[in-house]
Design a protein around this ligand. Structure first.
Ligand code: XMP
Length: 514
């Protein structure tokens, strides 16, 4: 498996995932575990270094999350960040002072004592760093040296070179800290002496080997949605177990134009994947008849999906595993320590399958972040049109048709949506935005066509920039591009005489309209 491994203990900071990413970007494998993780799991993980994350608590408060001191006895290098620094000071005999107000934002930092963490950083006497803390360290533990200060705090960093324990009051993992990645890399390579052995190619190879061992000659069933996650999971499993992987693609009738052919056709042809396409459109549409409430739509679609999938899976004899494209953020979220990083649940993919099906789970991507899945897709030889597909929700076009979903309204939206996709691609904007799509509104407005008055549907354009779908802003597209989309939709889509642009950000709006 991985020989250089960093354990990140999560004390509830909203930035914890970023720490893991910086470490992996440096070529070192890392995992996040909640700060109250079972110590046996820590032992089993065999970390080569430990990073303590920030967190919203104060070490001085009763009930604040604690550091298991045994971890400091493991003899491995430690880096404490923010709350992690206060924990180290508090546990090793230093002094932490309470503060009534939080220091939040940029600060100027000056490194001291030739601290190895700042080696090679030209600006180390005047470094812009990002702070977000209440308490501060007021006296260092024995054996520690001050390693940096700011105008407002004396101990902006501290370190005990003999024990290889270092701590930073600021957040090196955020983009607002200059040279933050270099600081983390100095910890990994110069303090901890690790080597960069983690790469996507090695991940893909070892995962495929692990899958072979985990599954043996049993059969796996996997729901292929056409999205990048389930596609990459399927291709990896296919490489591991070949025809024992049975993919099921449920066509719920709520897909985009050409979706089924573009993705599934390609996978069958080029990867020889075993895919069963189930045409269940009529069943889904029958359930959705007359339904307008968004939550009700989502639930009906979720239940129906499980029913269809379960039925199809049972028709395959001898299936023992359920393959899923679960990603690392979902894994962390389900195990996360209470704190801000745990609050926001990103999405409602169809859950509940494992419980009802009595199958063991196999999740080849459970260690990866979204952009890492794209890199894995490159390694596996998937084409750009699959790798760069924009996210598409499980309930499909149904949550982009406000009001009742029926064949007629689906075909209006499909065509409008295709025009949006085509124009975004033609103008080289498709990959620059997070998502861009059309929404069909439940109202008609008056227009004029030739000499005639029309009374037709309205299409809204929803095109957003985002990094993780948690927050988003409307994309500032060139007006010529917007004009082309609008003209084409009104001219080519029968039943539409008006196009409007959604200029709301998330929050308070969401990306999807329902
Ligand atoms: P919202 O609308 O909550 O969407 O801002 C955030 C991201 O999640 C996608 N989305 C879904 N994805 N199943 C999914 O797999 C769903 O039910 C679902 N609802 C929203 C949405 O497209 C956006 O990328």
């Amino acid at each position: 498996m991985h020989d250089n491994r960093v354990l990140i203990l999560d004390f509830g900071s909203q930035f914890t995932q970023l720490i893991a990413r910086r470490v992996r970007e440096a070529g070192v494998y890392s995992e996040i575990h909640p700060c109250n993780v079972d110590p046996e799991r820590v032992k089993a993980f065999k970390p080569s270094a430990l990073i303590l994350s920030g967190g919203p608590s104060s070490v001085l408060e009763a009930g604040a999350p604690e550091l298991n001191r045994d971890y400091l006895e493991m003899g491995i290098p430690v880096l404490g960040i923010c709350y992690g620094m206060q924990l180290l000071a508090h546990n090793l005999g230093g002094k932490v002072a309470a503060s009534t107000d939080r220091e939040y934002g940029r600060a100027k930092f000056t490194a001291q004592n030739d601290c190895v963490l700042f080696d090679g950083i030209k600006e180390k006497d005047d470094l812009t760093v990002w702070m977000s803390h209440g308490d501060r360290v007021e006296a260092l533990p024995e054996g520690f040296l001050p390693m940096g200060k700011t105008d407002s705090i004396e101990f902006g960093a501290m370190g005990n070179p003999d024990k290889k324990i270092y701590a930073l009051q600021f957040h090196p993992e955020v983009a607002h800290t200059d040279n933050g990645s270099a600081i983390i890399q100095n910890f990994l390579f110069k303090v901890a002496g690790l080597t960069a052995t983690w790469s996507m190619a090695s991940f893909v190879d070892t995962t495929i080997e692990d899958l072979k061992k985990q599954v043996g000659d049993a059969k796996v069933v996997l729901g292929l949605s056409g999205g990048i996650d389930s596609t990459v999971a399927a291709v990896m499993l296919h490489k591991a177990i070949g025809k024992n992987l049975h993919c099921i693609f449920v066509d719920n009738g709520l897909l985009r134009m050409g979706e089924r052919e573009e993705v599934i056709g390609f996978l069958e042809e080029h990867f020889d994947l075993n895919v069963k396409c189930v045409d269940a459109a009529a069943e889904f549409l029958a359930d959705l008849k007359g339904v307008e409430d968004p939550e009700k739509k989502r639930k009906l679609i979720g239940y129906k999906f499980i029913e269809v999938f379960d039925r199809e899976a049972k028709a395959i004899e001898g299936v023992r595993f359920l393959g899923q494209g679960t990603l690392y953020p979902d894994v962390i979220e389900s195990e996360s320590f209470k704190g801000p990083s745990a609050v926001i649940k990103s999405h409602h993919n169809v859950g509940g399958l494992p419980e009802t099906m009595n199958l063991k789970l196999v999740e080849p991507l459970r260690e990866l972040f979204k952009d890492e899945v794209r890199r894995a897709a490159y390694e596996l030889g998937l084409p750009e049109h699959i790798i760069w597909r924009q996210p598409f929700p499980g309930p499909g076009l149904s949550i982009r048709i406000i009001g009742e979903v029926n064949e007629e309204r689906l075909s209006i939206l499909r065509l409008a949506d295709k025009i949006v996709q085509n124009e975004m691609m033609a103008a080289d904007w498709y990959r620059k935005v997070w998502q861009g799509f059309a929404v069909l509104l439940p109202l008609k407005t008056v227009g004029v066509m030739g000499d005639d008055r029309t009374y037709e549907n309205v299409i809204a354009l929803r095109i957003v920039d985002s990094l993780d779908a948690m927050t988003a802003d409307w994309s500032r597209l060139p007006s010529e591009l917007l004009a082309r989309m609008s003209n084409r939709i009104i001219n080519e889509v029968k039943g539409v005489n008006r196009v409007v642009l959604d200029i709301s950000s998330k929050p308070p709006s969401t990306i999807e309209w329902e």
